[in-house]
Design a protein around this ligand. Structure first.
Ligand code: C2O
Length: 506
């Protein structure tokens, strides 16, 4: 294993990814799109981060990486670190033992839709599928707004928007462009890594005339499963094997198509589809952009984990989160888990956990508005999400993958544990982001085996803004004995005069 180092200065630049509007974007080292991080399982990643933005804070989160033993490197501002003010710098430094397809993005409210998002690939030369393909390629899907996030956000969270209608993106993108060429040779197998880095839109994805064989979701290997069409929510990833045809007489469309059911209205000029090309022969014409074919997207709950792990029985901690949207006193629309809309604390929750001594197991000390839930070490947690809202939500947990035990249909209401017709998956797939149906529910299980402070939230960036976040505090007593905050992280808070004390445990 080796150390891979990146020096990242976060800066503004300009871009016109959908070819219709040039605007200011947030890039790195003066460039956009920002770099894809490529590393091998077991390597150490070092990112020296400078906030070169003159007016706003920043931080980086490594979506899907467990940060087991390195909670302080997880990245969300006010959760595991203080955000970097303009001109401040710090280092992320951790080893990566999870293979698979990930991404990284700013974890300051509303910042990644302005461009600070890219794939993070962890290669696995000894993995179970390593010998089954000849080459690999990364395809990112995303959505794009012509307006910058801060003004959109101000409008979204205002009395002028009492129903909480989310801003609709202008365009779907593929590799942050209007669709890219993917040159292939006949009779070969490619591993395609698909990442949805959208602020809002889930996408349907398919390749004309070709079948995809799924082998990974969210960093977890699956048993091979054939799909004609894939549905990826914001923040989900998936890789598949693609075997090319033996002749080169034709080229094919690669299509991404935004799920318009998410949008309150369909604005004029919306570019919901983005088309890339699977190119066998440069001498042949490119196919016309294709429209949605009449097949159903693949259901991720039917996947089986490659390791065949059974459902974890006998939860020791079971709880439910009810999702709701409503108008608070000020007339704007907010999102709630069990009646609480998240408000960030002054001091990062991790720092509170490390310095609270025996009180760290008491949820109240984290403040009601952080929606704190405390687990004991090795709890088997069962989390039920009851979606009391007519929208779809992609929920993400930091620090873990969870088992997909059960997902109801649309409008099934609250999960009913005494309904004997409900069957849990016996060998549930694990992933870190799950779609919950409108008015429906899901049941997830995971083990509290990663001491730390981990956010659980909807990955639609608008719903992060409107407070659909809970804070899971896992075995803080163990955390206190095993982890500390690096000095350069503490220095950021101190320079901002935040009331942060040093390492009680150190
Ligand atoms: Cu992509 Cu809180 O994460």
């Amino acid at each position: 294993s080796k150390t891979v180092t990146y020096d990242f200065n976060v800066t503004y630049t300009t871009a016109n990814p959908d070819g219709q509007f040039e605007r200011r974007v947030i890039g790195i080292n003066g460039k956009w799109p920002i770099p894809t991080i490529e590393i091998e399982k077991g390597d150490r990643l070092v990112v020296n981060l400078v906030n070169g933005l003159p007016d706003v804070e920043t931080s980086l989160h490594w979506h899907g990486l467990f940060q087991n033993g390195t909670n302080a490197m997880d990245g969300p501002g006010k959760v595991t670190q203080c955000a970097l003010a303009p001109g401040q710098k710090m280092t992320y430094n951790f080893t990566i033992n999870q293979p698979g397809t990930y991404w990284y993005h700013s974890h300051i409210k509303g910042q990644y839709p302005d461009g600070i998002r890219a794939p993070l690939i962890v290669r696995d030369p000894k993995g179970p599928y390593a010998k089954k393909y000849d080459e690999e390629v990364v395809i990112s899907l995303s959505d794009w707004y012509h307006d910058e996030n801060p003004p959109l956000l101000a409008k979204f969270l205002s009395v002028g928007n009492p129903t909480g209608a989310e801003p609709v993106p202008n365009s779907a993108l593929m590799n942050e462009t209007q669709g890219m060429p993917f040159h292939v040779k006949p009779g070969r197998t490619y591993m395609v890594r698909l990442v949805n880095m959208a602020a809002f839109a889930a996408q349907y994805f398919w390749i004309e005339g070709h079948t995809m064989r799924i082998i990974e979701v969210d960093g977890e290997y699956t048993e091979e499963a054939e799909a004609e069409m894939i549905y990826l929510t914001a923040a989900q990833r998936l890789s598949f094997l693609l075997t090319t045809k033996n002749e080169t007489t034709k080229n094919y469309a690669i299509v991404g198509s935004m799920d318009e059911d998410l949008f309150d209205q369909i604005p004029d000029g919306l570019n919901s589809n983005v088309t890339g090309h699977l190119i066998y022969s440069a001498a042949r014409p490119l196919p016309e952009p294709a429209f949605v074919d009449a097949f159903e997207p693949f259901d991720d709950f039917t996947l089986v984990p490659f390791d065949g792990e059974d459902l974890w029985e006998e939860p020791t901690y079971t709880f439910a989160l009810e999702v709701m949207m409503d108008n608070l006193g000020d007339g704007a629309n907010y999102a709630f888990f069990n009646g609480i809309t998240y408000v960030p604390p002054k001091v990062p929750t991790l720092y509170t956990a490390l310095n609270a001594g025996n009180l760290s197991l008491t949820p109240e000390i984290y403040g009601r508005d952080t929606n704190p839930i405390v687990f004991k070490h090795h709890d088997v947690v069962e989390l039920i999400i009851n979606n009391n809202d007519p929208g779809k939500h992609p929920f993400h947990l930091h620090g873990h993958t969870f088992q997909l035990a059960y997902r109801s249909d649309v409008d099934a209401g609250f999960f009913n544990a005494s309904d004997e017709s409900i069957e849990f998956a016996k060998k549930p797939m694990r992933r870190d982001t799950v779609l919950v149906n409108p008015g429906g529910n899901v049941v997830l299980r995971f083990r509290a085996d990663n001491p730390g402070v981990w956010l659980f939230h909807c990955h639609i960036e608008w719903h992060i803004e409107s407070g659909l976040i809970a804070t899971f505090i896992e075995a803080p007593d163990v955390l206190q004995k095993t982890q500390t905050i690096p000095e350069d992280h503490l220095a950021i808070c101190k320079a901002q005069n935040l009331p942060v004390v040093g390492n009680a445990a150190a």
